[in-house]
Every structure is written in structure tokens, then in C-alpha cells.
Design a protein around this ligand. Structure first.
Ligand SMILES: [Cu+2]
Length: 364
């Protein structure tokens, strides 16, 4: 036994220097950040940004790209005064909620769980203090021999059962709300987690993908490269291309991942859903107010897990349509007009006649 202990201890001591050096190596944000710039840069230029990138390369003064704006779309400024969609210094509560589920969940936490927890904790503390003081040996030299009390036993069984039932009802209601599928006409956004950035695909709007990388600080980029400003968002939370969605309408967010498990989470929208390779998860959300909502990957996914923030920008539907157009996509209704002018001349003609012809036989 003793030999075993000594052996384990010796092994532990031998490994100690390695562990220390590994720990020292990990929290080195500066080289990591430098290396990160090299990684996202080629990605960034790849999909939707490709056309813009070409133009900007031609004109190095490219002022319009420095704030992420497009023709017909200017990124919304975050609401710092009211801390909308972002953490607050010294905040202890959940962030202010901007979705119906979020209101319900925050109400349940603050109006049901917290009071119950507080009352029970104080009650138990009071009992403990009472027993400690009243029944200490000096005050109570002759201890009671009581072993059973039917009334108290019934009470201390029934009351917890009732408390649990009282918690279970709103809790299960919330679970049911969260699992409620999106209506058929919801706007679909497919979120793909990558190491270490996000991709947002819009299958209802032509299927274009927006690649979203964290914006670096000015000191970390080369002259002329885009860097974070306060109009983009707080440090470590701002991205170059946001996930833009319409406000006030149901959104169906589907998540998946290309490499390892990530998790798409936006606290102010009460939204958190794992993004798992080879699997498509789905959850609905309705964002009540236009605004900019910040989130982060919430599943440890590798070295730069902390540097793949999420920015959801909810716009009034008309402005969302303008953004879709600026991205080269199309709104669901206007597909034939914009989709492919040269690709297939026969196909649009067919779809144009189809909707007109369809309702008549359907009506009969
Ligand atoms: Cu991740």
C-alpha cells in the first residue's frame, strides 16, 4: 500500500514540470491572436464577401468596407446605454430578454425559483440556529427521547412535494415552449460552427452563406485592414459579418458544425443550441425588437473557442429584405425575378405560369 502511494506521488512529481509548462503555454493570448489573423483571413474572403473583396482590393482606400456596410445596408449600432444584447459591468441577473421564451424564463427564475430558494435557505438556517442555541448541552442537559411525530412527518413530506409540483408546472411549460417547432412560414437560418468562426446560410433567400469572424483590435491588424470599432460591438464580441435576421417574425435556427461540437448561444434571446457535426438541430426564436444581440460559442471547441463570438442583428423586415438583396440573395416571393437571369430562361417562364395556373384548378 505504502509503495503504491509513493509510486503515485513520485509519478505526480515527475509530471509536475510538464504540467506547469503546459499551463504557462496555454494562456498566451498574444501569439494566439496573431496566428488567428492568419487563419480567418483567407476564410473571410471566400464566400459572400468574395465580390466585395475584389472591389476593395482594387481600391485600397475602400472606406465603405471598414464598417461592414453594403449598398442599401449599414450595420446597426449596438445600444450601449441600455446594455441591449450584451453583458453589463457588475451585472448579476440574466441579460434583458428580447424573446417571448426569454421573458417567461426570466420571470420563472426571478419570481418563482429565487424566492423559493431564498425562503427555504432562510428557514433551514433559522432551524439550525434555533437548534444550536436552544438545544445546546448547557441549556438542555436532559435530551428528549422523542422518536416519532406523525403530524410533523406528514408536513415535511407533503410540503416539499407541493413545492416541487409548484416548480414543475412552470418548468415543464418552459420546456414545452422551447421545444415548440417553428411555424411553416418561419425564416430559416442554418448556422454552421467552424474552428473558429461561424457560417450563416439562408436557404429561403437563395442559399448564400455569410462567414462571420471576430474583429481584431486596431493594434492587432496591419494598416488598412478592418478592425473593431465601438460601432461593431464590445471587444471580443464584435464580428465582421453579422447574422442578420428580421425582427418580429418567427425564425427557425438550425445548427450544425463542420469539425467539432460548437454551441450557438445568445443570452438576450434565451437561445442556446449545440452545433454537432453530422446532425441538424433546430429551435425557433422570435426577436421582439430590432437590435444587435451578442453571444458566444458555448461548447469548448478548441484553442480559439473564446474568439468566435456571435452577433445577431435583427432588422425591420423591409431592411432585412434590403440586406438580403445587398448580399445577392432574393426574398422567397421574388425568386424567379432575381435568381438566375442567364442560367435557365425556360425555368423562370415555367414557374411564372405555374403559380398563375395553379390556383384556378385548385379552386375547382
Ligand atoms: Cu466553438
Amino acid at each position: 500500500m505504502n509503495i503504491m502511494k509513493k509510486f503515485v506521488l513520485a509519478c505526480g512529481l515527475m509530471m509536475l514540470p510538464a504540467m506547469v509548462s503546459a499551463q504557462a503555454a496555454n494562456p498566451a493570448p498574444a501569439p494566439a491572436a496573431a496566428e488567428a489573423k492568419a487563419v480567418p483571413a483567407p476564410v473571410q474572403a471566400a464566400p459572400a464577401a468574395a465580390t466585395d473583396a475584389g472591389n476593395e482590393a482594387a481600391a485600397p482606400s475602400a472606406a465603405p468596407s471598414m464598417d461592414g456596410s453594403l449598398p442599401g445596408y449599414t450595420p446597426m449600432k449596438p445600444d450601449y446605454e441600455n446594455h441591449v444584447g450584451m453583458p453589463k459591468d457588475r451585472g448579476v441577473d440574466f441579460q434583458e430578454q428580447f424573446s417571448p421564451n426569454g421573458h417567461y424564463a426570466k420571470w420563472m427564475n426571478n419570481s418563482i425559483l429565487l424566492p423559493i430558494i431564498t425562503i427555504i435557505s432562510l428557514f433551514v438556517l433559522g432551524l439550525l440556529l434555533w437548534v444550536i442555541v436552544r438545544y445546546r448541552r448547557a441549556a438542555n442537559p436532559e435530551p428528549s427521547k422523542t422518536t416519532h411525530n406523525t403530524f410533523i412527518e406528514v408536513v415535511w413530506t407533503l410540503v416539499p412535494v407541493l413545492i416541487l409540483l409548484g416548480i414543475a408546472y412552470p418548468s415543464l411549460t418552459l420546456v414545452a415552449k422551447q421545444f415548440k417547432p417553428a411555424p411553416a412560414d418561419a425564416v430559416t437560418v442554418k448556422v454552421t460552427g467552424y474552428q473558429w468562426y461561424w457560417g450563416y446560410t439562408y436557404p429561403d433567400h437563395g442559399g448564400f452563406e455569410v462567414v462571420s469572424n471576430m474583429l481584431q483590435e486596431q493594434s492587432a491588424v496591419k494598416p488598412g485592414e478592418r478592425y473593431r470599432t465601438d460601432d461593431d460591438g464590445p471587444r471580443l464580441l464584435a464580428v465582421d459579418n453579422r447574422m442578420v435576421v428580421p425582427a418580429g417574425v418567427p425564425i427557425r435556427i438550425q445548427t450544425t458544425a463542420a469539425d467539432v461540437i460548437h454551441s450557438f448561444a445568445v443570452p438576450a434571446l434565451w437561445f442556446k443550441l449545440d452545433a454537432v457535426p453530422g446532425r441538424l438541430n433546430e429551435k425557433a426564436v422570435t426577436i421582439e425588437k430590432p437590435g444587435v444581440y451578442f453571444g458566444q460559442c458555448s461548447e469548448l471547441c478548441g484553442a480559439r473557442h473564446a474568439y468566435m463570438p456571435i452577433v445577431v442583428e435583427a432588422l425591420p423586415p423591409a431592411q432585412f429584405a434590403a440586406w438580403v438583396k445587398a448580399k445577392g440573395g432574393s426574398m422567397p416571393g421574388e425568386k424567379p425575378a432575381e435568381a438566375a437571369p442567364a442560367a435557365a430562361p425556360a425555368a423562370p417562364a415555367a414557374t411564372e405560369t405555374a403559380p398563375a395556373a395553379a390556383p384556378a384548378p385548385a379552386a375547382k
